[in-house]
Design a protein around this ligand. Structure first.
Ligand code: NAP
Length: 248
């Protein structure tokens, strides 16, 4: 057997560690969005495959027998391509995908389905907004230039940002509650725009917002084609037939 792990998330990295510990023949695939991806213990490749057909071709060429889609839940294109490529090649596919966060008592969320609606949901009056979304999506917020935006990226921005009043934090997660509280208090954050990623790695900002009574514009997940899902590394390892070597 030879597995392809579509990665770029902390869950994918945990899976890579477990797969390497179990001696599994597997390749980890990065999109190549960050300049220096976290190194992990499997052989890796970087860059797009060229759509669903390119991914199917890669699966055939590399003799891939199992595909694990451990990409971010908002990475809809690669996830749809994985479904199509696995159907075309008859390759078993599983998604490693945490359940979305559920709204709890004290949460003040406005749930929206897309970035345009997220920008529209922000107030008209000037506010301090933490945009906890990928850099590819910030342009939509230029319709509300009155706000002070805090952005947090893994790499420094490589061009001008579309806001007059912006504060960039360059840092790689995961972040903890104490750190998020300090960051939000220091900047007087009033609103957060976040994606409902689920899991623990990105959760601290949601807990901090509840503690501080901040409003969150929460993007709900994109619709994806039906595919088998697992919520833990252990389940995926079991699916790959490696029950004995679970480490996570
Ligand atoms: N850790 C995080 O918080 C976080 C957050 C967001 C995204 N990410 C990661 O960043 C990557 C890009 O996200 P996105 O929202 O831009 O995805 P996307 O819109 O679904 O993908 C756009 C294109 O990028 C390529 N691609 C995406 N993921 C890939 C992978 N793991 N390996 C090889 N090619 C990949 C594919 O190109 P082709 O069509 O040419 O194959 C895909 O069609 C994903 O891998 C995702 O897991 C991580």
């Amino acid at each position: 057997m030879r597995a392809l792990i579509l990665g770029g998330t902390s869950d994918a990295n945990l899976l890579a560690d477990a797969a390497a510990r179990a001696g599994l023949d597997a390749i980890y695939s990065y999109a190549g969005r960050t300049r220096a991806p976290i190194s992990q213990s499997l052989p890796s490749r970087v860059g797009g495959f060229g759509g669903a057909n390119g991914l199917a071709e890669y699966v055939r060429r590399e003799g891939i027998t199992h595909v694990v889609d451990a990409t971010h839940p908002f990475a809809a294109e690669i996830s749809s391509n994985a479904v199509a490529a696995c159907e075309a090649t008859g390759t078993p596919l599983i998604a490693l995908e945490r359940a979305p966060w559920a709204k709890a008592a004290g949460d003040n969320w406005i749930e929206v389905a897309d970035i345009t609606s997220a920008a529209a949901a922000l107030p008209e009056n000037r506010a301090r907004v933490f945009l906890a979304i990928g850099r590819r999506h910030i342009a939509a917020f230029s319709i509300k230039p009155q706000h002070t935006y805090t952005l947090r990226f893994v790499d420094p921005p490589d061009g001008p940002l579309p806001f007059p009043d912006v504060d960039v934090i360059v840092s790689r997660g995961p972040f903890n509650l104490a750190g998020e509280l300090e960051m939000m208090r220091a900047r007087g954050i009033e609103w957060i725009v976040a994606r409902n990623s689920g899991g623990t790695g990105a959760r601290a900002k949601i807990d901090a917002a509840r503690e501080l009574g901040l409003r969150i514009v929460m993007l709900t997940r994109p619709e994806l084609p039906e595919r088998p899902r697992a919520e833990s590394v252990a389940e995926v390892m079991q699916w790959l037939g490696h029950r004995a070597c679970l480490g996570a």
